[in-house]
Design a protein around this ligand. Structure first.
Ligand SMILES: Cc1cc2nc3c(=O)[nH]c(=O)nc-3n(C[C@H](O)[C@H](O)[C@H](O)COP(=O)(O)O)c2cc1C
Length: 356
């Protein structure tokens, strides 16, 4: 089984009734079992706040390095910014040295984090060349020691430690079930598995057999991740794997209401339509306000481009607009262009927000 068949519309209510019980993570009860995946450069504080508002039950920060010399860099400080975020606040740490991981865990817990997630899934060369991210899956002993170190550091705070990994390093080494058992023994409270190997990068398709095996291997909650892009797919993956929750990454870029749509389907069997344009227009403007506030105008204008590109991708004229938008140099120009687009492309909308 690689791609599970979508269940009939009424199936999730019956087959997934096991998921109605609340999911606890340490002392935190999560509002639902639809999680936002950490994505460096995407799931920053403005994105996470919107995702939570629109139905994600849980969000994890972009990965933060465990290296202390980078702690005060602007990039790390922005990634560690959780102002206005709903609890629980989960910070993902990437590193290779148990002592550094322990220090980074304590450092972030002292500054407001409630949960520490360890990244063993990132395939990026920058990360893997330092033997971090998914490269750690090649060294099961070190992987276990990192979890142990984080758990020991988090214990005085009463904070859970979770682990995010891939199915394995390569097709011949799908060792996620073994690492999951080691992590559970080391005290991990939850495991997220992306159903691709490191070798696959983001190519090919995620498979879910390994996730099902991970679920059978441990008694802590297991979260299924990889290519889940609709309510029906979420239900099918949960059914096929027995997982306790789903985590959504790329499918929610520019479509953050997907979390609420999936949650409604899993909980009530309801397929919600996409929100009316006036709703998502307001969400987009709120997202950008928060975005410029976090990054400042110069960096904010540059980094807003990708988010806006995803939002407008399916609008009439969206591609041409994106090209034009990418040339704009100020927040005021960006907002004005968006107001013009949303008026032109969505003529049924009431008047746009006040001109900048
Ligand atoms: C742009 C981008 C950045 C990512 N950054 C992280 C990261 O910081 N930490 C992490 O554990 N995974 C990261 N991932 C992996 C995602 O969390 C997720 O596992 C992967 O995208 C598969 O889920 P999806 O098919 O729902 O997108 C990233 C993925 C993308 C596309």
């Amino acid at each position: 089984m690689t791609q599970p068949a979508a269940p009939a519309d009424s199936a999730p209510l019956v087959a997934l009734s096991r998921l109605r019980a609340p999911l606890w993570l340490g002392r935190h009860v999560l509002p639902n079992r639809v999680f936002a995946a950490p994505m460096a450069g995407v799931t920053d504080r403005p994105y996470r706040r919107l995702a939570r508002q629109l139905g994600a039950g849980y969000c994890v920060s972009e990965m933060i390095t465990a290296r202390p010399e980078l702690r005060d860099s602007l990039k790390t400080a922005r990634r560690a910014n959780h102002d206005g975020e709903a609890a629980p606040i989960a910070v993902q740490i990437v590193g290779t040295d148990p002592e550094q991981i322990a220090h980074a865990a304590a450092y972030n817990l002292e500054r407001g984090a409630h949960i520490i997630d360890i990244n063993m899934g990132c395939p990026a060369k920058k990360v893997c060349n330092r033997w971090a991210g998914s490269a750690l899956m090649q060294d099961e002993d070190l992987a276990a020691r990192l979890v142990e170190a984080a758990v020991a550091a988090a214990r005085p705070f009463g904070a859970p430690v979770t682990l995010k990994m891939r199915a394995g390093w390569c097709a011949a080494a799908r060792n996620a079930p073994r690492i999951a058992r080691l992590a559970e023994a080391a005290g991990a409270a939850m495991i997220v598995v992306h159903g691709r190997t490191r070798e696959q990068g983001y190519g090919g398709q995620a498979e879910y057999d390994t996730l099902a095996e991970v679920k059978r291997s441990v008694s802590i909650p297991v979260v299924a991740n990889g290519d889940i892009d609709s309510p029906q797919k979420a239900a099918a993956v949960l059914q096929a794997t027995g997982a306790d929750a789903v985590m959504i990454g790329r499918a929610a870029m520019g479509r953050p209401w997907l979390f609420g749509q999936i949650a409604a389907f899993l909980e009530r069997g309801v397929l919600l339509p996409d929100p009316p344009p006036e709703d998502w227009r307001d969400w987009l403007f709120a997202h950008l306000d928060d975005h410029y506030a976090l990054y400042g105008e110069a960096a904010g204008v540059r980094t807003a481009r990708k988010h806006v590109g995803w939002y407008v991708a399916n609008l009439p004229g969206g591609a041409a607009f994106r090209q034009h938008f990418n040339t704009l140099q100020t927040a005021a120009e960006q907002l004005t262009a968006l107001r013009r687009l949303l008026c032109g492309a969505l003529p049924s909308l009431p008047l746009p927000l006040a001109a900048a």
